[in-house]
Design a protein around this ligand. Sequence first.
Ligand code: NAD
Ligand code: MN
Length: 361
Amino acid sequence: MNTYQIAVIAGDGIGPEVMEQALRVLNAAERQDNFRLECKEFSWNSEYYLKHGRMMPEDGMERLKSFDAILFGAIGDARVPDEVTIWELIMPIRKQFRQYVNFRPVKSLPGIPSPLANGDHIDFVIFRENAEGEYSDSGGRLYAGQEGEIAVQNTIMTRAGVERIARAAGSYAEKHGLKKVTSATKSNAVIHANKLWDEHVSRVMAEEFGGLEFEQYYVDALAAYFVQRPQSFEVVLASNLFGDILSDLGSGIVGGLGLSPSGNINPEKDYPSMFEPVHGSAPDIAGKGIANPIAQIWSAALMLEHLGEHKAAKRILEAIEAVLTEGAVRTKDIGGDATTAQMGEAILLAMKKKKNVKSEG
Ligand code: NAD
Ligand code: MN
């Protein structure tokens, strides 16, 4: 029986509320599919910061290093600046563990209407570069408060960094029987970094993934196509900033933040990968028990997929779809009045039903 060590960081706000449901679902999955998760919870959140003056202990990264994966909730608290929560907890994990792929499925779910008139049957994934690009700490501000004040932000793209994200997207397409990779760029403007991006993405695709169709769009036009013909995409490959924006647009066209999972993946598996909902700590609804746990539960399923437990991952996603198809249990964000716990419970029940149908048949 395979056993996996999982580090659980529930975080702030609704993080612990949705995490509780994800852990229940994982617990059912391991019993049904015969593997074991040894989960260790870390209370590294804003409360921890207020007590200790740091987001994690000094040896925090060292302690996380040996886990097979990290399941993350959400972080963010009005009493702590966002730069602190993000740059001292999430960023070190993403960067030091070389989680250079940010993987975000964009998939229509049954019973969840798209705000688009033609928004059904959307099913694609976004590969966002997660370690370099536009989000660098190179640059700074000068002449603060003066009329001549300026800010400079350097985008850093490396050939190696571009090649590896292109390779990750291409491999995923091949492995999943998909036909096409679409790259987002802006090389019509004089942006040196995007020229380097284009050159190496298209070369890697031609040299290593000749069987795949490859297309490239300016990111502004691509945003319009996400709205006009979202069904025409399979794997979308984008830099850190473009991928960030496109993936929230992706989340918007299939039903919103309460439903959107993500993985921060280290494809080489030399360090743990981290799985988390796209949403934040939602302070406006925290403590009320009404957050939608689906994004967190689906993130847990992505984690199982990454660990190689494909059957269990599929079972969880099918259970989510069954609950949404049936439609009786819905949280507020998707038009119902169910609580976080009721949604978790409904997904658990659906997993059990699936199991029974299978064993009867
Ligand atoms: P948010 O995602 O927390 O909330 C945006 C809106 O979506 C809110 O109205 C919220 O109620 C709703 N929402 C989010 N998740 C939901 C769910 N599961 N069910 C139902 N409704 C849900 O974004 P924000 O309000 O901009 O940020 C709040 C805090 O979270 C900030 O401190 C921010 O920095 C942080 N944040 C953290 C992460 C992360 O941990 N990776 C990501 C985004 C934002
Ligand atoms: Mn974002």
